[in-house]
Design a protein around this ligand. Structure first.
Ligand code: HEC
Ligand code: HEC
Length: 457
């Protein structure tokens, strides 16, 4: 409710843009018109315009000697070929001494992070309408205020790059190929003080992520569309998907994945940086979840420790809230949500649509009897593909019951009764996935437009 106005405004802007670009597109694009493609569409990093500090950061980003195992760099998990996200479909990546130790959270893309504000319990919502609430910060729980501070976490995490101490990281840099440029950038005596040198490593990695154009190329089809450029004409399916995205009564994605102007003049990041609890199902693929008393509750812990409940189960409005991620490049991912529990974008959108109307396909049932032959109208795209008779669906099974009141109640996750009609039709779900596909960077104008496929008509 609180965000309806903002998304309505975006829908209006979208409709106006549609009119504007209505007749402006050439039906058959020759390859010659490719010159209007925006810069930075290349996925491979370049050092062209980087400051010395950022060039140092680039070398560190790809340096495997910065891990205890000697086999893992930042780029191992944040692969430039996958929008600086994970290159595989694992829910969580493997790190540590022999690259066998599983993490507890999915790896986010590092694209479009440069305008993320620091975390605040009462952040101002960019929509200009909503009341201040938790927002900002890096990580799924916002616990790192800057990219520089964030870099220390993977370097020292025993299940990631697994260095014993900041001193060990500094020693590795001092002994490695980056020692000379590091001295050049930060001073001849930089290695004399471990604390300063370790901070400088964070500064270098931050400068690289901010300055390197491939972290924020704005080269998607959507960008061409938003700038009314040649080739930026959305297909009928993509356009319908865009409308569903912003429609407060169907997709309503724009309420949280806010597409309007972002912070510091950034454009359309498809996140408002705010925190919400949406009841993502527990992921048995995550080793830590074998312990039934372990819960990853985002803002209230366990990684973040400043909003923890006073005692187990004590009231706490922060439990279960995670940061709304950007949807740019989301179609390049193979694991979705903070725990990587879903592996296709279509499944994610189906989850939004039927979490409440068909919870039995998203959460386990206990005490029921499996049916040998499911009924013909049993939905088969969920996480649970067996139909049960009797038993109880463990809805919101990844959040202790004391905190389920924290779960957001906006459309499409508005708590409508099981068995009622979902907010989106199957066609709208598919159109929405087509629209999300326009947010992938590196869009190439092709000589001939596709005339068939799910996202054309
Ligand atoms: C073993 C895999 C792995 C490695 C190696 C790794 N990361 Fe990450 N990265 C993650 C995971 C998982 C998260 C989310 C962690 C969380 O939310 O608690 C993350 C989060 C981040 C974020 C926050 C993004 C956001 O959306 O808020 C940044 C920035 C980042 N990593 C940068 C780096 C840098 C720089 C390095 C190298 C020093 C690095 N990472 C190494 C797995 C990795
Ligand atoms: C109430 C706010 C809210 C609304 C409305 C919302 N989202 Fe989200 N979205 C989130 C949050 C918060 C997360 C992270 C949740 C988590 O991992 O626990 C998320 C995660 C996602 C992800 C996973 C991205 C990734 O990198 O893993 C996708 C895809 C997504 N949303 C798409 C959509 C679409 C499509 C819609 C509209 C049908 C939508 N969202 C509506 C808040 C929202």
């Amino acid at each position: 409710m609180r965000k309806l106005i903002a998304s309505a405004l975006w829908a209006l802007a979208l409709a106006l843009t549609a009119c504007r670009s209505g007749g402006g597109s050439s039906p058959a694009l020759s390859s010659g018109s490719d010159t209007s493609a925006p810069g930075g569409s290349s996925l491979s990093p370049s050092t062209a315009t980087l400051s010395l500090v950022a060039q140092v950061g680039r070398q560190l980003f790809f340096d495997k000697t910065l891990s205890g195992s000697g086999k893992m760099s930042c780029a191992t998990c944040h692969d430039p070929g996958y929008a600086y996200g994970p290159p595989n479909s694992l829910a969580v990546q493997l790190g540590g001494p022999d690259l066998q130790s599983p993490g507890t959270r999915a790896v986010p893309s590092l694209r479009y992070k440069e305008t993320t504000p620091a975390y605040s319990d009462s952040a101002v919502n960019p929509d200009g309408v909503s009341l201040p609430s938790p927002g900002g910060g890096f990580m799924w729980d916002g616990r790192a205020d800057t990219l520089a501070v964030q870099a220390a976490v993977p370097l020292l995490n025993p299940v990631e790059m697994d260095n014993a101490s900041p001193a060990a990281v500094v020693a590795a840099v001092q002994a490695g190929p980056t020692a000379a440029p590091f001295r050049q950038a930060f001073g001849a005596n930089v290695f004399n003080d471990t604390t300063t040198a370790f901070n400088d490593i964070g500064q270098a990695l931050q400068a690289y992520q901010i300055e390197e154009p491939s972290f924020h190329p704005y080269s998607s089809k959507y960008d061409l569309y938003a700038q009314n450029k040649i080739g930026g004409t959305l297909t009928a399916a993509e356009m319908r998907g865009a409308i569903v995205f912003s429609n407060a009564h169907s997709g309503n994605c724009a309420a949280c994945h806010y597409p309007g102007a972002g912070f510091n003049g950034s454009s359309a990041l498809f996140t408002d940086f705010m925190f919400e609890a949406i009841g993502v199902p527990r992921n048995p693929e995550i080793a830590a979840n074998a312990d039934s008393t372990y819960f990853d509750m985002g803002l209230c812990g366990p990684e973040r420790t400043d909003h923890m409940p006073r005692s187990p189960g004590a009231p706490d409005v922060y439990c279960g809230l995670f940061k709304t991620p950007t949807l740019r490049n989301v179609a390049t991912r193979q694991a979705f949500f903070h725990n990587g529990v879903m592996h296709s974008l279509l499944q994610v959108v189906h989850f939004y649509n039927t979490r409440d109307t068909n919870p039995e396909i998203w959460y386990p049932t206990v005490g029921g009897r499996p049916l040998a032959t499911p009924s013909p109208n049993f939905l088969t795209y969920g996480l649970v593909t067996t139909q049960y008779t009797g038993g109880t669906v463990q809805k919101f099974n990844d959040l202790p019951s004391a905190y389920r009141g924290n779960i957001d109640t906006q459309v499409p996750l508005d708590g409508r009764p099981a068995g009622s009609t979902p907010p989106m039709t199957e066609q709208q779900v598919r159109d929405l996935v087509c629209f999300l596909g326009t947010l992938t960077d590196g869009y190439q104008l092709s000589a001939s437009r596709p005339t068939s496929g799910p996202c054309v008509n």
